[in-house]
Write a protein of this length. Structure first.
Length: 60
């Protein structure tokens, strides 16, 4: 069969490829959830900004 060092080379290639694929998938998922969270935070922030003048008017 092949010498052991040749198998080690392919094993390292597989490991590096798996790490790269996992990183890319993780980044894509993270970006999707980050966008959803940012949209929710911006929507809440917009509600606070819109309701702030009404609160000030009630206290005047």
């Amino acid at each position: 069969m092949y010498p052991p060092h040749e198998h080690a080379f392919y094993l390292w290639l597989i490991i590096i490829g798996a790490v790269c694929v996992t990183t890319i998938i993780g980044a894509a998922i993270d970006r999707f959830f980050l966008n959803r969270r940012l949209r929710a935070v911006r929507a809440r922030h917009a509600e606070v900004i819109l309701s702030a003048p009404q609160i000030k008017k009630r206290h005047n």
